[in-house]
Structures are given as C-alpha cells and as structure tokens.
Design a protein around this ligand. Structure first.
Ligand code: SF4
Length: 372
C-alpha cells in the first residue's frame, strides 16, 4: 500500500524493485522482448540482432496479450508496439524531451505548465510501450526517479491557482487500487482542486487491469473525474475493452479520447472516420488528435502537417460534429499550450516551415519534418 493515515509520509517510487509492489501486475503474459515477438509471429525473424539488442537496452518494450492478439490480424496494431531498428535513427530535429516537461517540473512527478492545471505522474510504467511515445526516454519499469506522493500533494495544496490535476505518466491506471485511492483521497481533500483527469491507455490495451474495485474508486471521488482514453485505431478495440468501457460509462465516468496521427496506422480518412464514429457510439467523445511530437527515433511515424490538415478537413465532412476531435500540436520546447491546427492559423512559409498562430494571438515558426 502506498500510504494512509500516519503512514502518509511513505514515498511512492518508480524504481524497478518497488514497481513490483505498487503496480497492479497482471498474471497474463505481456511480451517484453524482441524474441518473444518473433515467437508469437508478430515480427519476422530478426536479421540484425545487434541492432535489436541495442534497441532493447535503449527503450522499454511491452505488448500486452490483448494487443498481441489484435496484432495477429492488424498491421496497424503491430506497428505501434513491435520494435523496429528504424528507432535507432535520430533526426536532427528530434529531442529527448520534445515538449519541455523538464523545464516546468517544480517537484518530481509534477509538471506545472499551465497556471490552472498540473500534470501528476505517479508512475513512469505503462502496460504497453508505444514505439512513438513522446516520453519514451522516461517511461519503463526501469525508469529512474522517484515519485514522492506527499511532496506532490503538498505542492498542489500550496498552489491555490491549480483547479485541475491531470494524472498521466507512464500510465496511472497501472497503479494498484490502494495507491489510486490514496492519491484520489489526497486530491479530494484539496479545497481548490475542482476536477481530476486521467490520461490512460489501459482500458483499451490491458482491459483486465480495470477491476470492479478500480472502477469504483474512480467513480467514487467527490470531485468530477474525467477519463481520457488513448486509442489510435478501432482495430485496438477488443470485446473485453468494449465491456470495460461500458462499465466505466455505466458507473458515470465521462470519457473523451486522445489519439496520435501516425503514418501507417491511422493516416487515412476511412480509418479516422471509423475510429471517431465508433468512439462516439460507445460513449467516448473524440477530444484530441495530436500532430506527433519530435521524440527521438520516431520520424518514421510522422505524417506531414499539410497532410494532417487535409485529412481533418475530409473527416469533418464525414462525421457528426460531436465526433470531431481537435487536431493539436505542442509547440516544441514546451513554450506554449496545445495549439489547435487548421488552415486558419497555419501558414506554410516554405517547404516544411510554417507559421502557427496560437489562440492567444502569438505567432511561432514551426519546422515540420518526416523521415523521408
Ligand atoms: S501508454 Fe502513453 S506514456 Fe505509455 S508508452 Fe504509450 S504513449 Fe507513452
């Protein structure tokens, strides 16, 4: 258990050893090595074993049994979780910390970029490790650093301007029910915090982690709690995931989605229309689709900005207004809020160079790139 009552000074850390006690580890098989993926027929026999060895040392690997099953028939699912040696190529514009989390981190596990909101990252572990992740240098059960729940809650207590706390990571829904409850009780007790939000991929990629106990804890907060589910393609949605989402909906938790626009995964109109339409049909409002952040070794996933704008124009003609997410970009370096992108505020200056106007009327130069 994380802490409670007099034990409230207990530190919650994300070291490999302590993750064992803290995380709701499933007994089900998660694929964690290249060899496991070859065994399961998700990856062709590895020709360049040295490069794959380097990759395994550099980045965390995990594909849950749910995603491995979906990956048997969907290349778009495999592409998101099965490692590729292409990840070892780093484009000059890619960065370890593409959206500048570090520059806004007053205490470990808190990012305070917007005056009225903070990100809280209680763990850097995830159920899966997405090959395009913008925090790929930090996520993983071996991730260094420690989350001190007391220090994080104290910081939030001491900043009355904070109205919303967004639990992210890593994936906060890999935490055990006891640790989730501890954090949510702590946030419920801060008078100025008005709402709580979770960003998670767990209900889709590891639905078996969403126990009744965990859902009851999420739906039992005094303050409104929103759940933003990361999903990129309808192929990811299993019967078990649909059942969990239905239970979440019936327990009264409002849900939105966030997706990333990814080459070879969802960069065509039909795939996006299917995703957004189907999400709305199961009670999830499509909220964000992200233009990719420039994390190292991910350029092969990038969709040109101009193509992203054209795709979203087409999608808007095909779906209900409720099913349209905002196409957004984090200006590199963490200097601005998420900027919604459209032809109205994005102007191409020359090949790959854009001027982007924010909602606050500030103008930024943005260099788009792909792996080609
Ligand atoms: S679940 Fe989220 S934080 Fe974890 S690897 Fe995927 S994108 Fe990154």
């Amino acid at each position: 258990m994380l802490a409670g009552g007099k034990k409230s000074k207990t530190k919650m850390t994300t070291t490999d050893q302590q993750n064992k006690a803290l995380i709701d580890i499933s007994q089900r098989k998660t694929l964690r090595t290249v060899a496991h993926m070859v065994e399961q027929g998700l990856l062709d026999d590895v020709l360049n074993s040295d490069a794959f060895g380097e990759l395994e040392k550099k980045y965390a690997i995990a594909m849950t049994s749910t995603m491995a099953q979906a990956g048997q028939t969907s290349e778009a699912v495999r592409r998101q979780f099965v490692p590729s040696v292409t990840e070892l190529r780093v484009h000059p514009l890619e960065k370890e910390d593409p959206i500048g989390d570090e520059t806004h981190a007053p205490v470990q596990g808190i990012v305070h970029r917007h005056p009225d909101r903070v990100l809280m990252m209680p763990t850097m572990a995830c159920a899966v490790y997405c090959r395009f992740c913008f925090r790929r240098e930090k996520v993983g059960s071996n991730a260094e650093g420690a989350f001190d729940a007391v220090a994080a809650l104290t910081y939030i207590h001491e900043h009355p301007e904070i109205k919303e706390v967004i639990l992210t990571g890593g994936d906060p829904l890999v935490l055990s029910p006891a640790n989730l409850k501890y954090l949510l009780d702590g946030l419920d007790s801060v008078p100025h915090v008005q709402r709580i939000r979770f960003h998670s991929r767990v209900p889709v990629v590891a639905p078996y982690l969403m126990s009744d106990e965990k859902i009851a804890i999420l739906s039992g907060t005094r303050k409104p709690l929103w759940l933003s589910i990361h999903t990129n393609i309808w192929d990811e949605m299993s019967e078990q995931a649909l059942a969990v989402i239905s239970r979440l909906r019936h327990s009264g938790i409002p849900m939105v989605s966030q997706s990333v626009l990814l080459r070879g995964v969802n960069d065509d109109v039909e795939t996006l229309v299917s995703l957004f339409d189907n999400l709305l049909n199961i009670g999830i409002k499509p909220y964000y689709i992200h233009h990719m952040d420039a994390a190292e070794g991910t350029a092969h996933f990038r969709v040109p900005l101009d193509k992203g704008l054209a795709l979203m124009e087409q999608v808007q003609k095909r779906v209900s207004g409720l099913a349209i997410p905002r196409y957004v970009l984090d200006i590199p370096g963490g200097v601005e809020y998420k900027v919604p992108l459209s032809r109205n505020n994005v102007r191409q200056v020359k090949d790959g160079i854009y001027t982007i106007m924010t909602q606050a009327g500030k103008s930024y130069s943005y260099q788009d790139f792909t792996s080609e």
